[in-house]
Design a protein around this ligand. Structure first.
Ligand code: ADP
Ligand code: MG
Length: 239
């Protein structure tokens, strides 16, 4: 059985079909990326998985539970954590305080110091979160997510606004989280350089459903994907 199973999910907004028969299986411990043009339904899909929105039809199975229609806090408690595009950190608190607050939401004991070194903020424990560089704020939020001890993490454009160096470091961080922390990870991303560093299976979404799945090199060469994603639209460096 798959760890996360999305079965024919559909979500309409006033006649607009944002998610249209979307199906995907994720194995436990896997790392996968979801890409696709703006407005194709990626964030809506995350909202369905986390319970922020209810699907109109279809079902979601996670770790042996049918979570379709559960409340967000119930889904979070079962082990699904999500990072939004804009970091939700407490600017007026230190790095360490932010991590401790997040750990307080976890039912398990969390080693905040080891998370701090994982997210490259080992020497920043007493710095105010609001004073961190943009990329460091994003990493702090990933750390806060880890402190809540999820088993599946959903990352929505984690490199938005990052420099090329920060983007590369973020890809390494996500690979480490997946491999050494044994977390199942699904990342939404626009930035193709980042996707290439991630070196994981890729699912291209178009108009609410999956157009193609494959490796980065398969996908880059696919004529349908090129027409959709590489041809018609300039790929922003940091969208
Ligand atoms: P992506 O994350 O791939 O850019 P979204 O999932 O945010 O796309 O949006 C998919 C489509 O659904 C877009 O046309 C967007 O305007 C629309 N949409 C998203 N959320 C809502 C909402 N809460 N109400 C109405 N329309 C929405
Ligand atoms: Mg989005």
């Amino acid at each position: 059985m798959s760890f996360l199973e999305l079965r024919s999910l559909t979500k309409n907004f006033d006649g607009l079909r944002a998610v249209d028969g979307f199906s995907l299986l994720l194995e436990k411990g896997s790392l996968n990326a979801l890409v696709g043009p703006n407005g194709c339904g990626k964030s809506t899909l995350f909202n369905l998985i986390t319970g922020a929105l209810r699907p109109d039809s279809g079902s979601i199975l996670f770790d042996g539970h049918d979570i379709t229609g559960l409340a967000p806090h119930q889904i979070a408690r079962l082990g699904i954590g999500r990072k939004f595009q804009v970091p939700a950190i407490f600017d007026e608190l230190t790095v360490q305080e932010n991590l401790i607050i997040a750990a307080g939401r976890s039912p398990k004991r969390t080693d905040v110091n080891s998370i701090r070194s994982l997210i490259r903020l080992e020497d920043a424990q007493d710095r105010m979160a609001g004073e961190l560089a943009h990329g460091q704020k994003q990493w702090l939020e990933i750390g806060m997510l880890l402190a809540q001890t999820p088993t599946l993490i959903l990352l929505d454009e984690p490199t938005a606004g990052m420099t090329a160096t920060e983007t590369r470091a973020t890809a390494e961080l996500i690979r480490t989280i997946n491999q050494s922390e044994k977390l199942t990870v699904l990342v939404i991303e626009h930035d193709m350089a980042f996707i290439e560093y991630l070196a994981c299976p890729l699912h291209v979404m178009s108009k609410g459903r999956i157009l193609k799945s494959g490796s980065y090199s398969d996908i880059r060469q696919d004529p349908d994907v090129r027409a959709l994603y590489f041809g018609m639209q300039e790929i922003p460096a940091n969208a």
